[in-house]
Design a protein around this ligand. Structure first.
Ligand code: ZN
Length: 82
């Protein structure tokens, strides 16, 4: 019998401090890369989707960030423009 499933793993890429458009505070934002993988016998094999998420640590709002924007922020250490 084949045991298949899905797994999701988050990796923190960067923490940035900038003004949140929701709560208006200068707060730390965590940029996370979330990769979902197809698993066989609990071993992650094939990546299905990759998302970049920005979480405001002050109010907890989470937004998707386009890949190009996430990579730009990683290179420059600049704020995100979701
Ligand atoms: Zn906020």
């Amino acid at each position: 019998m084949l045991i298949i499933g899905l797994t999701s793993r988050d990796r923190l890429l960067l923490t940035l401090v900038f003004g949140c458009e929701r709560c208006g505070r200068q707060a730390a934002h965590q940029l996370v890369k979330r990769v979902r993988r197809f698993t066989v016998f609990f071993i992650p094999l094939i990546p299905i989707s990759t998302r970049y998420l920005d979480t405001c640590t002050a109010c907890g709002r989470v937004v998707d960030v386009p890949r190009e924007e996430a990579e730009r922020a990683l290179r420059s250490g600049g704020p995100l423009r979701p």
